[in-house]
Design a protein around this ligand. Structure first.
Ligand SMILES: *Cc1c(COP(=O)(O)O)cnc(C)c1O
Length: 403
């Protein structure tokens, strides 16, 4: 089976829901991508960069202490050890190189938390591409460290003052720019979302995570894992891990979404709580209200704060190839501390959602072999964690106290 089909559909999900003006841009991109996918020169250069610049292959680390504690065999795929500290660099390098092969001199992107912006600015600096990052004014204030990083890397950060001045508005501005400047400009999307061909090409660039993991676990354990576990924002680190195991029907996939703050809340869980809709150019599960308006997502993890999810995940859910669960802020903070204290590894808050789910998973799965995608390092989140108790934690405990 070939996923997606030639129109970009994963079953009933995906596709291209875009204004007419964008279709020329996307058609050029699709054609170029199919060409470079089989181009020896491109693949050689991409693999060279992954190895010598990003620092691949990343290790598959056996977490002995945590395994003993939870009575499972737990491995972590260490994407946190990559240059810039997360899996996002795999995709940015792949697409920036594609831009170069397409003869584009300029790369644009939109960013919310700034992590994707930093990865794009990094790849652009390396490959000598001009880089413009659209960012909502509100987000610029909240993420000043990442704004500074992008500037250091030679990128221009363009503040977006329209609408709610966040990611959604930055996205609109970036698309407007692309339509106007497509002759010399490449639009670099950060996750397995958006119109075809982005969900496919981002997945392909991130699949290196799963390909390496499969080879490594066979070497280290002489068998395939029982579970693959990954956090899901847009869904790129999860699909990157899952996809190369797609045909291994005995390997179960679990995607962990963010439930956000408070008990029984599902503020950022598109797959667990969302409904079918069209969002940012493709059909997928999305958080919307009774009238079909897109709802804002909320999570303690900046990278999971997104109301949509990639169409391939919606497909995996609908055919029951993967299961999706939601983990709240409190649990994520527990997961953060658990991995830090038992293994000496500080995970990103996004990743901490997947770590947190190990505990409930272990209840009924003693002895299981599990691979968790450690999508990023947590240094960037220390500030949030140190403020958590006073800003969110106490009031949440108060809510519990009253029950
Ligand atoms: C951005 C980010 C995520 C969420 O993005 P996906 O596309 O769902 O992978 C998860 N973990 C880290 C560390 C991130 O930076």
């Amino acid at each position: 089976m070939q996923l997606p089909d030639k129109n970009g559909y994963f079953g009933e999900f995906g596709g291209k829901f875009i204004p007419e003006t964008l279709s020329v841009c996307l058609e050029e991109l699709t054609a170029s991508y199919h060409k470079i996918k089989r181009d020896r020169g491109f693949l050689k250069e991409f693999n060279y960069l992954l190895k010598n610049y990003a620092h691949r292959p990343t290790i598959l680390y056996f977490a002995a202490n945590l395994s003993r504690l939870l009575s499972m065999k737990i491995y972590f795929k260490r994407e946190d050890l990559l240059h810039t500290g997360a899996h996002k660099i795999n995709n940015s390098l792949g697409q920036a190189l594609l831009a170069k092969y397409m003869g584009k001199k300029r790369v644009i992107a939109e960013t919310g938390a700034g992590q994707h912006g930093v990865a794009v600015a990094t790849a652009s600096a390396l490959l000598g591409l001009e880089c413009n990052i659209y960012m909502g004014e509100e987000d610029i204030h909240r993420q000043s460290m990442n704004v500074l990083r992008m500037k250091m890397l030679g990128a221009e950060v363009i503040p977006v003052k329209t609408g709610s001045r966040t990611l959604k508005d930055a996205c609109n501005e970036a698309f407007r720019d692309w339509v106007t400047n497509v002759r010399n400009t490449y639009y670099l999307l950060g996750s397995v979302v958006g119109p075809h061909p982005y969900p496919m090409l981002v997945r392909d660039f991130q699949s290196v995570i799963g390909k390496e993991s499969r080879r490594q676990i066979l070497k280290q354990e002489s068998r395939l894992p029982d579970y693959l576990l990954a956090c899901v924002g847009g869904g790129s680190n999860a699909i990157g891990l899952f996809y190369p195991f797609y045909q291994d029907k005995k390997v179960k996939f679990i995607g962990v979404e963010a439930a956000g703050f408070g008990l029984n809340s599902l503020h950022s869980a598109s797959l667990v709580k969302g409904e079918l809709g069209v969002f940012q150019g493709s059909r997928s599960f999305v958080l919307q209200d009774y009238f079909g308006q897109i709802q804002n997502a909320h999570s303690i993890a900046p990278g999971l704060d997104y109301p949509g999810v990639g169409p391939e995940h919606s497909f995996y859910k609908s055919v029951k190839r993967a299961e999706y669960v939601a983990v709240g802020d409190d649990q994520a903070v527990e997961g953060f501390k658990l991995l830090s204290e038992t293994e000496g590894i500080i995970p990103a808050l996004e990743t901490s959602h997947a770590v947190a789910y190990l505990k409930p998973l272990s209840k009924k799965n003693k002895g299981s072999l599990v691979i968790v995608c450690l999508s990023g390092r947590g240094d960037k989140d220390l500030d949030i964690i140190s403020k958590y108790k006073t800003e969110y934690g106490r009031s949440d405990k108060e809510i519990r106290g009253k029950k």
